[in-house]
Design a protein around this ligand. Structure first.
Ligand SMILES: O=C(O)c1ccc[n+]([C@@H]2O[C@H](COP(=O)([O-])O)[C@@H](O)[C@H]2O)c1
Ligand SMILES: Cc1cc2nc[nH]c2cc1C
Length: 349
C-alpha cells in the first residue's frame, strides 16, 4: 500500500495562476467571453494541469488494457471470450477502430496484456499479465486485493514510461469481453445505484440476457459483500484486471501532471475507482464522450465529470478518447492562432 500512497501523495492540485492566465488570454480573443464553451474549459484545464497557457500537446498515447473475465461463464455478453485475444491481435496489426481513430488524431496506441486468458506474444505488445483473467465474481472474488494492487502498479508504470519518453497526453482504452458486467457492479456499489440502472447491454444483449446480467451482478454483490467505503476492496471483488490497470494509468498520469482522457463506460469505472482512491486525481481527467451504454451518465456524474461528446458510441477500446484528442488539438489552436481584440481592431462589448 505504501507505494500507492506515495503515488497518490505526489499528485499536486492544478496550477491556479496558469488557469487564470489562460482565462485572461481567452477573454482577449475575438469572441464574446465564454462563447467557445467546453473548448475554453478544456484550454483552461490543460493550462492548470501543465502550468503552461499554451502547453505542447503534440505527443499523445492511448493505453489499451486487455483482460478477460471469469464472469463470462454466466453468459453475460453477446460475444465469446476468445474475442478479447483476437481483438488484441487486431490492435497489434493496426486494424481496429481505435487504431484508425488514433492515426486520425496523431496518437499512438499502446496495447497492454494485463490479464488475457491466453498466451500472447508480439513485439509491440506490453506483456504485463497479472493473471489469466479474473475468477467468476458471481461465485467468488474476481481477484485478490494484492492482484488488484499489482494491476494498478502496472498502470502506473506504463504511465511513468510514456511520460518519461515525452508523451504529454494520455488516454484510457480497454478490451475485455464481459467487462461491462464488472463495470456495472462497480457503479452499483461505489455509486450507490440500483443494479437495474447500472447494468446495460454491453456488446448488444437481448432483453432476457439483460435481465439475467442484472441477476448476475446482484449475486456478485451478495456473494462478495464489497465494502463501498474501500474502493480497492470493491475493485478486487467485482472489478477487472484492465479496470485496475487503467486506474493505475489515471493515477500515474496525474502524478506526472499529464491530462488523461477517459473513454467510455469501462474506462469511467476505472476513473471512478481512481477518484475514490485519490480525489486529487479527478481534475486531471477529461471525459471524452458519453457512451450509449446505460449507466454511463450516472458513472460520469459519480466521478464529477461532464462529457465533451455525445456520439452514441459504445465500442470502448479508446475510440471516444481518440476523437476527443482532435478537440484538444482544436483548443490548442484557438489559444495559439486566434487574433485578439487589439490585434484585429475589433471593438469590445
Ligand atoms: O466503452 C463503452 O462504453 C463500451 C460499452 C459497451 C461495450 N464496450 C466494449 O465491449 C466489451 C464489453 O462488452 P460485454 O458485453 O462483453 O460486457 C469490451 O471489450 C468493451 O470495450 C464498451
Ligand atoms: C468485435 C468486438 C470489438 C470490440 N472492441 C471492444 N470491444 C469489442 C467487442 C467486440 C465483440
Amino acid at each position: 500500500m505504501n507505494e500507492l500512497q506515495d503515488v497518490i501523495g505526489a499528485i499536486r492540485p492544478l496550477r491556479q495562476e496558469a488557469k487564470d492566465a489562460a482565462s485572461v488570454h481567452l477573454d482577449n480573443l475575438t469572441k464574446p467571453p465564454g462563447s467557445l464553451g467546453k473548448l475554453e474549459d478544456m484550454a483552461r484545464q490543460l493550462a492548470g494541469i501543465t502550468g503552461e497557457v499554451m502547453p505542447d500537446m503534440s505527443r499523445k498515447a492511448i493505453v489499451v488494457m486487455a483482460a478477460d473475465h471469469g464472469v463470462c461463464e454466466e453468459g453475460v455478453s453477446a460475444f465469446p471470450q476468445e474475442v478479447t485475444r483476437q481483438m488484441v491481435m487486431n490492435f497489434l496489426q493496426g486494424g481496429a477502430a481505435v487504431n484508425v481513430l488514433a492515426r486520425h488524431a496523431g496518437a499512438e496506441v499502446v496495447c497492454v496484456d494485463i490479464g488475457v486468458n491466453a498466451d500472447l506474444e508480439h513485439p509491440d505488445l506490453l506483456s504485463r499479465k497479472v493473471r489469466k483473467g479474473t475468477a467468476n465474481m458471481a461465485r467468488e472474488a474476481a481477484m485478490t486485493r494484492e492482484e488488484a494492487l499489482q494491476a494498478i502498479r502496472v498502470g502506473i508504470e506504463v504511465a511513468d514510461g510514456l511520460a518519461g519518453r515525452g508523451v504529454r497526453v494520455l488516454a484510457t482504452g480497454e478490451m475485455g469481453i464481459g467487462n461491462t458486467t464488472a463495470s456495472s457492479a462497480l457503479l452499483s456499489v461505489l455509486g450507490g445505484i440500483a443494479v437495474e440502472e447500472a447494468v446495460g447491454r454491453g456488446t448488444g444483449i437481448d432483453d432476457a440476457r439483460w435481465l439475467h446480467k442484472q441477476e448476475v451482478v446482484r449475486r456478485a454483490i451478495e456473494v462478495n459483500k464489497p465494502d463501498a467505503d474501500d474502493a480497492l476492496d470493491v475493485l478486487a471483488k467485482v472489478g477487472g484486471l484492465e479496470i485496475a490497470g487503467l486506474t493505475g494509468v489515471i493515477l500515474g498520469a496525474a502524478k506526472n501532471a499529464c491530462p488523461v482522457v477517459i473513454d467510455g463506460f469501462i474506462s469511467s469505472a476505472a476513473a471512478l475507482v481512481a477518484s475514490r482512491l485519490a480525489p486529487e486525481s479527478q481534475p486531471y481527467m477529461i471525459a471524452s464522450h458519453q457512451s450509449h451504454e446505460q449507466g454511463h451518465g450516472r458513472m460520469l456524474e459519480a466521478v464529477g465529470l461532464g462529457p465533451m461528446l455525445h456520439m452514441d458510441m459504445r465500442l470502448g477500446e479508446g475510440t471516444g478518447a481518440a476523437l476527443c484528442f482532435t478537440l484538444m488539438d482544436a483548443a490548442g489552436k484557438i489559444m495559439r492562432e486566434m487574433a485578439s481584440f487589439e490585434s484585429a481592431g475589433v471593438s469590445r462589448g
